[in-house]
Design a protein around this ligand. Structure first.
Ligand code: ADP
Ligand code: MG
Length: 242
């Protein structure tokens, strides 16, 4: 069943059309990596999936909710979509534990005790059991990003969106974050990941989408897109990054 369905999506900022007739579908449990040059519209596309951006035309359907329809309660849909950003966006004045329990307590009306129990399990899962009481400022970039992933998972989402989650990290910390994402993928999470980590995309993605100039230029299995790209633009992009 299509978990995310995007049909004839267009997005403009003023007269600048940055997404031009995007059509795609992501199945339940599928891991899709979106690659492409800077400015090609990857972040905008990702942000249209949880309506951080209003679409200009076309349809975005998530879990059978048409989120491009203004009558749809977007908060209801967003509860099922976790998002992880390049710059972590943790609450600096809250402990790691509080960062994770905040939304479940406020939005899902979980008890503090219940939320705390889940948070501690999630911290264990991302390898940060000892950091529950630490503040974000004392963590490394890789640790912050793992907290951000735990925080997103605390809402028990069934879709996770990642926008260049390792781009702001020192190289030695990239692996620990990709490792957590890989575990999530193998547990069956539906994931849409904008990334420049081609090795990760090749290994973990079920499907790779190459974007350029607001279009999906090419998509397919990683072996196909990386191994025998069809389009000139894909070939020249991959030549630069691989
Ligand atoms: P990518 O993530 O692939 O680098 P983006 O989706 O961030 O690309 O941006 C695509 C285009 O949209 C760029 O030309 C960018 O300048 C423009 N853009 C993105 N966000 C905004 C915004 N909030 N206002 C105006 N233009 C924007
Ligand atoms: Mg981007």
């Amino acid at each position: 069943m299509g978990k995310i369905k995007i049909a004839n999506l267009k997005k403009s900022y003023g007269s600048n059309e940055v997404l031009k007739d995007i059509n795609m579908q992501i199945e339940e449990g599928e891991v899709v990596c979106v690659i492409g040059p800077s400015g090609s519209g990857k972040s905008t596309l990702l942000r249209c999936v949880n309506k951080l951006e209003e679409v200009t035309a076309g349809e975005v359907i998530v879990d059978d909710y048409n989120i491009s329809d203004n009558r749809t309660d977007i908060n209801k849909v967003r509860e099922n979509i976790g998002m992880v950003f390049q710059h972590f966006n943790l609450f600096p004045h809250m402990s790691v534990l509080k960062n994770i329990t905040f939304a479940p307590v406020e939005l899902k009306k979980q008890s503090e005790a219940e939320a705390r129990k889940t948070a501690l399990q999630l911290l264990e899962r991302v390898g940060l059991s000892d950091k529950a009481d630490a503040f974000p400022g004392s963590l490394s970039g890789g640790q912050k990003q793992r907290v951000a992933i735990a925080r997103a998972l605390a809402m028990n989402p069934d879709i996770m969106l990642f926008d260049e989650p390792t781009s702001a990290l020192d190289p030695e910390m990239v692996g620990e974050v990709l490792g957590v994402m890989k575990d999530l993928a193998s547990e069956g999470m539906t994931m849409m990941i904008v990334t420049h980590e081609m090795g990760f995309a090749r290994e973990v993605a079920d499907r790779v989408i190459f974007m350029d100039g607001g279009y999906i230029v090419e998509e397919g299995a990683p072996e196909q897109v990386f191994g025998s790209p069809k389009h000139e633009r894909t070939i020249s992009f991959l030549e630069k990054v691989l």
